[in-house]
Design a protein around this ligand. Structure first.
Ligand code: ADP
Ligand code: ZN
Ligand code: MG
Length: 476
């Protein structure tokens, strides 16, 4: 029996206005190499200056994961030659990162929590992009010098599920903190996965391989599963030493397998040394104060939703996992919707319809305010749940968002008035004297018949709970 050991290195592109060491914009540019200057083109004599906004965003992440945020940190040069890096080195933080010793709590399937250590999170500059077109290769340096926060975990994860839970937690945390758009398709949240196995009970770690640049949670899980199987088979076949060695692999999406890319570089291969062009990064009190201004994070929201709103832990997690979902939910509550009812209408009724129509919560055609009003109308018995669904269906197809007008237009106002419902009940009972006798003689199944008849006579507008209550009264 083997145990899987996983450590992750996540690259998050910080959403600063300008690059890490120059004033070039990080925004989209229509043409190649236009968002550039002597510094990010690495022309001789140009000097880098650290971007304060990037430092503050890194610090904010540090405070959010309870890390030690360093008052003084340093930048180093990591040497490698590649056409998309004109300086032939990357500026990064190797020996003294701005964020050290943090932790992220993940929720496991059995309801328990697990602490995943974060060794460090450091600032570094992204490279440009090589583009291969036919027989030509082009270099675009618009992205060169864009700030990245590389978040390095301890080898604390023991399964693909734990790795994905950790990634999702990081993803939602950086989005809540608004330090990155963390768009995985566009590469602003990408991850290197380190995987090894060891016989259960053995203390020493096995040999790890690193799988580079995976940009979806699904591929992370698939790559880990593939690698664990490959390493396990090598072990069982007695060829572990030959086939599992420290190397960089890539995940081939088409083939569904990891493939060797290159031998793993040792730190010495990069010839790290302190960047002589940059002074130490010294944070000021003003930067600390700004970094500590942060929104309510997912864990705190879960606590508040469960303790104050009475939600189930599972529901609270589903809603807080996504920043947009949480703010949608809170906007519903502001319209007077009951919390538990709001959860049901948001997670099953609305999301079900959105999924079918191919929308996400961000581009939902029904806004939070409208759904909040609708749910409030259900909670106060103005309309039934069935009526609510009818209005939702109608809104998915039509423009109107005026809930009150639609209740009238579609004739969905629910009758909760005792007198009106009793009048219908009395008619039904008077029309079915034999059934009333049978019921009183012990045939309790007939209760459903009376409810059905009353609802039918009211054309579905009677409040079912009221019908039940009043029928019980009349028949007892
Ligand atoms: P390097 O300096 O070569 O990048 P690190 O020691 O910094 O190596 O580790 C890089 C990543 O690999 C970290 O996320 C760490 O948790 C993970 N890691 C280290 N050893 C193992 C191992 N035996 N199995 C799985 N992951 C590991
Ligand atoms: Zn520049
Ligand atoms: Mg490392």
């Amino acid at each position: 029996m083997f145990e899987t050991v996983i450590g992750l290195e996540v690259h998050v592109q910080l959403n600063t206005k300008t690059k890490l060491f120059c004033a070039c914009p990080t925004s989209f540019a229509a043409h190649q190499n236009t968002n550039t200057c002597p510094t990010c083109l690495a022309l001789p004599g140009a000097l880098p200056v650290v971007n304060k906004e990037a430092a503050i965003k890194a610090m904010r992440f540090g405070y959010a994961i309870d890390a030690d945020v360093q008052e003084v940190s340093h930048f180093d040069r990591k040497s490698y030659f590649y056409p998309d890096s004109p300086s032939a080195y990357q500026i990064t933080q190797f020996s003294n990162a701005i964020v050290q010793n943090g932790a992220v709590m993940i929720d496991l399937d059995d309801g328990s929590k697990k602490r995943i250590g974060v060794t460090q999170a450091h600032l570094e500059a992204d490279a440009g992009k090589n583009m291969h077109e036919g027989s030509l290769s082009k270099v675009d340096l618009n992205r060169a010098g864009t700030p990245l926060l590389e978040i390095v975990s301890e080898p604390d994860m023991r399964s693909a599920d734990e790795a994905v839970a950790y990634l999702k937690k990081l993803h939602s945390t950086v989005r809540y903190l608004d330090i990155s758009d963390a768009n995985m398709q566009e590469g602003s949240f990408r991850c290197d996965v380190n995987v090894s196995i060891r016989p259960k009970g053995q203390e020493a770690f096995g040999t790890r391989v690193e799988i580079k640049n995976i940009n979806s949670f699904k591929f992370v899980a698939a790559a880990i599963a593939y690698e664990v199987q490959r390493q396990t088979e090598a072990y069982e076949d007695g060829v572990y030493e030959n086939e599992v060695y420290q190397e960089t692999r890539l995940w081939d999406v088409e083939a569904g397998e990891t493939r060797s890319m290159r031998g793993k570089e040792e730190a010495a291969d990069y010839r790290y040394f302190p960047d002589p062009d940059l002074r130490p990064l010294v944070v000021t009190q003003e930067m600390i104060d700004e970094a500590k201004q942060m929104p309510e994070l997912p864990d705190a929201k879960v606590k508040r939703y469960t303790e104050e709103l009475g939600l189930k832990a599972y529901d609270a997690q589903v809603i807080t996992a996504d920043k947009e979902m949480a703010s949608y939910f809170e906007e519903m509550l502001a319209q007077g919707a009951n919390a538990k009812t709001a959860v049901t209408w948001l997670t099953s009724e609305l999301l079900g319809r959105l999924n079918k129509a191919g929308f996400s919560i961000e581009d939902s055609p029904i806004d939070a305010k409208t759904l909040g009003v609708l749910v409030a109308k259900i909670s106060d018995d103005t309309i039934s749940g069935k009526g609510g669904k009818e209005i939702l269906d109608y809104m998915m197809e039509n423009e109107s968002r005026d809930v009150e007008a639609l209740i009238d237009e579609l004739g969905l106002a629910q009758v909760s008035d005792d007198g009106a419902i009793l009048a219908i009940i009395d008619d039904i009972l008077a029309a079915n004297p034999e059934k009333v006798e049978e019921f009183k003689g012990g045939k309790e199944k007939l209760f459903g018949f009376f409810v059905g008849q009353t609802m039918k006579a009211s054309k579905g507008t009677a409040n079912p709970a009221k019908v039940n209550e009043l029928l019980k009264q009349r028949l007892s």
